[in-house]
Design a protein around this ligand. Sequence first.
Ligand code: FES
Ligand code: FES
Length: 161
Amino acid sequence: MKKLMTLTVNGIKHEVAVEPRRTLLELIREDLGLTGTKKGCGIGDCGACTVLVDEVPTFSCLMLALQADGCKVETIEGLTENGELSKLQEAFVKHGAIQCGYCTPGMIMTSTELLRHNPNPTEHEIRHAISGNLCRCTGYQKIVEAVTACGSETETGEEKS
Ligand code: FES
Ligand code: FES
């Protein structure tokens, strides 16, 4: 039997009726139509489904939708402002950190949270933060470079060359 729940997604409050076994990923993609969040493995191995739940990077395939009752959820769609990419999204494009793009939303959500709490992370800290996000294409180096450059930009107001 469906249960009513309330959650805020990208600043918009939603009241939805969900089946108890529905995952947060299914709620986000299928009920709310926010398909930027990807489903890879569905079992907590790849990180493609990462969203922020109350500012914590979370595998939405492993979380029941009802567990997010009352929570603040952020997805990749919430990072753009007035159609403008976030600085980190721009850095991913500029540094070639996107190839097929399937890991990218999850990778950017994880890295966004890292930069919020640690605006100038070391390479080790970046690699540790994204260790749950798998990328089959880039070899990770370009991703690390993009996050590093964005971190420098966040701190100094200007990206280092
Ligand atoms: S789809 Fe959730 S961790 Fe892979
Ligand atoms: S860009 Fe293809 S999986 Fe990361």
